[in-house]
Design a protein around this ligand. Structure first.
Ligand SMILES: C[S@@+](CC[C@H](N)C(=O)[O-])C[C@H]1O[C@@H](n2cnc3c(N)ncnc32)[C@H](O)[C@@H]1O
Length: 246
């Protein structure tokens, strides 16, 4: 009897909970990520949080207890949306984009790319009622993730940034011509400078070593440049790198 064909493995999948589903795929529908999406190398779903509103006005936010400016996203509405679209045992990480979260960096991006996918919750207004954050931290391992020390008007641009960074690492997305190994942060350093034709431009020649054809010298020069740039621009990265190099 013939062996049954192996079930198709589900592609890496992102589900984005948002009040603005029309913002997706947005820039993710273009270039390498967009082609990969069309080719089924990853999948993207959006959920309109407003669909989980409980009243005929489809209210998703309300005024803050304790007073103050701005509105707060209601815990019941957001929680219902999460419950309907996130299975805690799926292995997918549940992330709330938030300026108070763990800072997004290449190590977290690599972790996410290695898993089965993510569920992303995008805040608006002053953000989510704390009880929804607490409940889903306990129930579904919700983690808060920030794209940096800036305040955006909503989580959607942050979700696009996170997804762009993860998707380019998925198998088959980035072609051979675009090496991932030398990217900034991959070895704890910022990347060395790049040059292409013309060899002389605007009175600025390409560094001689790059046209020497001497691979070992090119590699050493690039390493030195990466170290010098990192030392000058990012003392935090440099200190960690110097420690790891002993
Ligand atoms: C105007 S912000 C709320 C800012 C919040 N009141 C504070 O000061 O922390 C609205 C939403 O944008 C998203 N957001 C803003 N800045 C972000 C950042 N740096 N990283 C990730 N998400 C961010 C979050 O989802 C947040 O709930």
């Amino acid at each position: 009897m013939a062996e049954p064909a192996p079930a198709e493995a589900a592609p890496w999948t992102a589900t984005v909970l948002t009040l603005f589903p029309e913002m997706f795929p947005g820039p993710l529908g273009h270039s390498l990520g967009g082609k990969a999406l069309a080719d089924g190398l990853w999948a993207l779903g959006t959920v309109d949080i407003r669909a989980y509103a409980r009243d005929r006005h489809r209210t998703v936010d309300d005024t803050p207890y304790g007073g103050g400016a701005g509105m707060v996203m209601r815990p019941d509405v957001v929680s219902d949306a999460i419950a309907a679209h996130h299975a805690p045992d799926s292995g997918r990480r549940l992330l709330y984009l938030s300026p108070r979260g763990r800072r997004l960096g290449q190590p977290l991006v690599r972790e996410l790319a290695a898993g089965p996918g993510v569920t992303l919750v995008c805040g608006r207004y002053e953000g989510l009622d704390q009880r929804a954050i607490d409940a889903w931290s306990e129930r579904g391992g919700l983690e808060e993730v920030s794209i940096g020390d800036v305040v955006l008007s909503g989580g959607e641009p942050a979700a696009l940034v996170l997804l762009d960074a993860v998707v380019r690492l998925l198998p088959g997305v980035t072609g051979k011509t675009e090496s991932l190994d030398n990217d900034s942060f991959e070895d704890g350093l910022l990347e060395y400078p790049h040059y292409t034709r013309p060899r002389d431009w605007d009175g600025r020649p390409v560094p001689d070593v790059l046209i020497s054809g001497h691979h070992a010298r090119v590699a050493q020069w690039r390493r030195e440049q990466a170290e010098a740039i990192t030392r000058a621009r990012r003392p935090d990265l440099w200190a960690a790198y110097a420690e790891s190099e002993g």
